[in-house]
Design a protein around this ligand. Structure first.
Ligand code: ADP
Ligand code: S3P
Ligand code: MG
Length: 178
């Protein structure tokens, strides 16, 4: 039997989740800068590992295949001192989310449905993972409980500038600040 507890892996990442268009990629890089952390966008990680642009993966292999590829890469991701901007569909993978949660807190960037509709425009052109013909509203209601299930904190981003959001991040996660 062990006499000393095994060291717990340090939780040093900050993962951003949320619907496409919520601002994960844009805010993530700025948050990394002010927190003195590295930055990773899992969409870019997938592109680099697959040696294809995200749009090519989706066009040539389809949305279901993209979802599996995303789940595989994010479930295998191991980083530290890093702000991670995820792709919105990673929330469908329990294994990927467990892996992200094991490395640090998860912040859900929430945005209201009307604001999302304004930011996203045509869903087909953006390659959003959804069932054929599924509306943005239906997708929003399908995903919202999943984002909330995994989130340690949530910011509703409507009407907030990048500076407002960075301020909120500093307030919520002071231990991550240098
Ligand atoms: N707080 C914000 N206020 C206004 N526009 C924003 C804000 N956050 C992001 N955006 C804009 O929304 C779009 C989507 O942002 P992006 O970071 O790509 O989102 P995600 O990575 O969550 O899909 C971009 O055009 C970005 O400039
Ligand atoms: O939510 C989604 O279905 C997707 C979101 C995208 O990333 P962003 O959330 O960064 O836009 C990208 O991973 C892919 O187009 C699928
Ligand atoms: Mg993004």
């Amino acid at each position: 039997m062990k006499t000393t507890p095994s060291p717990q892996p340090q939780k040093t990442t900050l993962t951003l989740t949320g619907m496409p268009g919520a601002g994960k990629s844009t805010l993530g890089v700025l948050a990394a800068k002010i927190l003195g952390m590295d930055f990773m966008d899992t969409d870019l990680l997938i592109q680099s590992h697959e040696k294809m642009r995200l749009s090519e993966i989706i066009e040539q292999k389809g949305l279901d295949a993209f979802r599996e590829i995303e789940a595989r890469h994010v479930a295998a991701l191991k980083v530290s001192h890093t702000v991670i901007a995820t792709g919105g569909s990673v929330i469908y993978s329990e294994k990927a989310m467990e892996n992200l949660a094991s490395q640090g807190p998860i912040l859900h960037l929430a945005l209201s449905l009307p604001e999302l509709a304004k930011r996203l425009g045509n869903l087909d052109e953006r390659g959003v993972v959804r069932k054929p013909g599924q509306s943005l509203e239906a997708l929003f209601h399908e995903r919202m409980p999943l984002y909330r299930k995994w989130a340690d904190a949530e910011i509703t981003c409507d009407g907030l500038s990048m500076d407002d959001l960075l301020c909120r991040i500093r307030q919520i996660f002071p231990p991550l600040s240098p």
